[in-house]
Design a protein. Structure first.
Lengths: 505, 263
């Protein structure tokens, strides 16, 4: 058995671009021998691409992949001592179970020593014998609990059984690392839970390193020694399941792993944070007046009688979840998700308290308002946050102009119909104005939060559709005031989200 | 009278009886009668006693087998390239390969003859080669189409799995890609082999009657009003085709566990 804590796989500054867009961004990771590492993230985050680069099915644009210290980044997949369990099994339909599992074994050449006629010991390569293959296959089938299935046609197997064959086909080659690409994705819930435990058991028994890709946070928490949370091709956090759950490093991780309440807060004093309209003691030290993300797990919020807790709240919704109730309470305009084993009626006035060490405070990701699902309407205005805004669409292509029909004409003379084009709109906090003349702006909202930051206020205006505008202003407003939001045409920055070529006419 | 669904089949049954069953009965009738209309085995004896007849059949087989093999060898890589999105971004190229099928094939074959003569391959002197070229040219689309559609449906992950399990590109091709496209190969082979046996226009035009395939041999006897012997040979061909269909169906079923081929 290998030494504990020996690094088997190292990814160093691995990048991957597809047609100029970055899918995996500067990925660095060390995997220890025998570890169960999970890549966790939403679909399209680059986790599968990373796994495929380790398997050799994609080549990294740059960076190194070291296996036992040797760079394998440019090695073709068949030369890597790794095997993959594919998401949709990828069994060979023309072969039966035995031949599917034997596929890799039949190709393998193993060295053996022999003595030539001069009495010298020499090394040669040979194939596995039929008996060796038989023995290995029945052992693999035993591990995946499919004894006696050798002669079955793979088309006659159920999804779960096919998955087991796929696992057997991979582990029979005794790979140094087993790569699993959402292997349980196609199974039903009950089957999935069973297989999770079995895979974990298999990992223990086999002692080989597992790298597992999933978008299911529960699966990741259940099975892994370490989880790598990925979003937009960037590692957000690496840690044990406990670390990731209890100490998420940012709002994305907190939101993705388990259910959480996330608020924009401000540090108002040493170890004091302002959110939900109150000042809370906390244990994370951040600079004064810094804007932070505050995360509180629903099970960490304590429901108290009115006046006994920190903030007043009212229960507006209740769902029975089996072992606990899940309440939605309103604190002012903010929703709070609470889990409790004690039943409370909807409509009850309560108050909430949270232990200081259960308030997670983290760096706020951005200080600009970003609207990811903005689009251009047929009048060349941009629509986001529930309102239509005048905007300069010519900024999308340098040197372009609009013709009299409203089509965008580029320098090269190409013509685009921008209606329904998806864009990302960003507006700096200082570029948003508000007015108490509700007719003046494009949309109205309530000031749900107002924090004095040194020389100005930072306000959060929330519309009825729960869209937020975070803005800076020198003037004093009152929380819960209804205001209208004004953004000047030139202050809305647009970025293309889709390929403009599809809109050419 | 109540309308039943099965009445819908009446037109088809009539059509089948009129154009399939009755003609076959006619062929059987003529095959086993003599010119006087009496039952006899004279055609049977005549066919097998003259080695020319059997030779024509054997030559037809050789041409059909060669044509099938050459078409598959040329068509398989083309279908692979066409089915690969990396190389073929539009369906226009597929269309280019299929389009010859839309042109009347007698005109097409005559044009082939002229082109071959023009480049110096005389149809009279090299009739074997020119016939082969004509056959391959005419039947290539029938190979590409079924192969192309099988390859389009093929899941790329099996190829990746094969690489992952240690197979290089060469091994993957023979151990995974070929077996997985077997239904397409069987369809393609069927589409070429059987029609080649009975084709005669191509060989007639491109060999100036030097190459006589079984189809033109049958045609010859019918033209000479020997319907009985012609029918007997047609019956032999019918049986041969029947046997080959039976064999290919059994073969393709074994490979895929069901009928997934095009024909």
């Amino acid at each position: 058995m290998a030494k504990e804590n020996e690094t088997i796989l190292q990814l160093i500054n691995v990048n991957k671009e597809f047609d100029g867009s970055v899918v995996v961004d500067n990925f660095n990771l060390d995997v220890k021998k025998g570890e169960f590492v999970t890549f966790l993230g939403p679909s399209g985050c680059g986790k599968t691409t990373t796994l495929r680069m380790i398997a050799g099915l994609e080549m990294p644009t740059s960076g190194q992949i070291l296996l036992n210290g040797k760079d394998i980044a440019q090695l073709p997949p068949h030369k890597r001592p790794l095997n993959t369990v594919f998401q949709r099994y990828a069994l060979f339909p023309h072969l039966d179970v035995y031949d599917n599992i034997a596929f890799g074994l039949k190709l393998k050449r193993i060295p053996y020593e022999y003595t030539d006629k001069n009495g010298n010991k020499k090394e040669k390569l040979r194939k596995y014998t039929r008996e060796e293959i038989d023995a290995k296959i029945s052992k693999a089938l035993k591990i995946v609990d499919l004894e006696g299935f050798e002669m079955r046609d793979v088309a006659t197997l159920s999804g779960g059984q096919q998955q087991r064959v796929a696992i057997a086909r991979a582990i029979v080659n005794e790979p140094e690392i087993l790569l699993l690409d959402e292997p349980l994705g196609a199974l039903d819930l009950k089957m999935r839970k069973e297989m999770q435990l079995e895979l974990k058991e298999m990992h223990k028994k086999l002692g080989i390193t597992f790298i597992y890709v999933t978008h299911d946070q529960e699966e990741a928490l259940t099975m892994s020694d370490r989880i790598v949370v990925i979003e937009d091709g960037i590692i957000q956090q690496i840690g044990t399941p406990m670390d990731i759950y209890n100490e998420p490093s940012n709002a994305f991780v907190a939101d993705f792993i388990g259910e959480s309440n996330i608020y924009v807060g401000t540090m108002i004093d040493k170890l004091k944070v302002h959110f939900l309209g109150a000042n809370w003691d906390c244990i994370d030290d951040f600079p004064l007046n810094e804007k932070v993300d505050v995360v509180v797990r629903p099970e960490d919020i304590i429901i108290k009688k009115p006046n006994e807790g920190k903030v007043k709240a009212k229960i507006v919704n209740k769902i029975f979840k089996g072992i606990h109730f899940q309440f939605t309470a309103m604190v002012g305009n903010n929703e709070v998700l609470i889990q409790s084993t004690v039943d409370h009626p909807v409509g009850e006035e309560i108050s909430l308290s949270i232990d200081p060490d259960l308030i997670q405070i983290m760096h706020r990701e951005y200080t600009t308002n970003i609207y990811n699902d903005a689009y251009i309407d047929k009048n060349n205005n941009v629509v986001f946050a529930g309102a239509t805004w005048e905007v300069d669409v010519c900024q999308l292509v340098e040197g372009s102009s609009l013709d009299e029909k409203g089509y965008l004409i580029t320098k090269e003379g190409k013509k685009y119909d921008l209606s329904d084009l998806d864009v990302i709109a960003t507006v700096e906090m200082k570029d948003i104005d508000i007015s108490d003349n509700l007719e003046e702006g494009n949309i109205t909202g309530k000031i749900i939060q107002m924090v004095w930051i040194g020389d100005h206020y930072q306000l959060v205006v929330r519309t009825e559709d729960e869209e937020d505008f975070v803005l800076e202003t020198e003037y004093t407003w009152n929380e819960l005031d209804t205001v209208s939001v004004i953004i000047k045409k030139e202050n809305i920055k647009l970025k293309l989200k889709a390929d403009l070529a599809d809109y050419e006419i | 009278m109540k309308f039943k669904r099965k009445y819908l089949s009446i037109p088809y049954v009539l059509f089948m009886v009129l154009f399939v069953v009755v003609p076959i009965l006619f062929i059987v009738y003529y095959a086993f009668t003599n010119k006087g209309g009496q039952f006899s085995f004279t055609n049977f004896v005549k066919f097998f006693s003259d080695s020319t007849n059997v030779n024509v059949l054997l030559i037809s087989f050789v041409y059909a087998i060669l044509n099938t093999i050459i078409c598959l060898l040329i068509g398989y890589p083309i279908a692979m390239i066409l089915a690969n999105k990396k190389y073929n971004k539009s369906y226009v190229v597929v269309l280019l390969f299929i389009m010859p099928m839309w042109i009347n094939f007698i005109i097409r074959t005559s044009a082939t003859r002229d082109v071959l003569n023009w480049i110096g391959l005389s149809t009279g002197a090299n009739s074997g080669i020119t016939t082969m070229i004509g056959l391959v040219y005419n039947y290539l689309p029938f190979v590409i189409l079924p192969l192309y559609s099988t390859m389009l449906k093929m899941d790329k992950s099996q190829i990746e799995a094969s690489h992952d399990l240690g197979a290089n590109s060469f091994q993957t091709f023979f151990k995974v890609i070929i077996p997985m496209t077997m239904p397409g190969i069987v369809s393609a082979a069927t589409m070429v082999f059987m029609p080649t046996l009975s084709s005669y226009v191509i060989s007639d035009i491109l060999s100036e009657y030097n190459v006589v395939l079984f189809g033109s041999y049958i045609d010859l006897y019918f033209n000479q009003s020997d319907w009985n012997f012609g029918s007997f040979m047609a019956l032999i061909m019918l049986m041969l085709i029947g046997i080959s269909v039976f064999l290919t169906r059994k073969f393709s079923k074994d490979e895929t566990g069901g009928r997934t081929s095009l024909w």
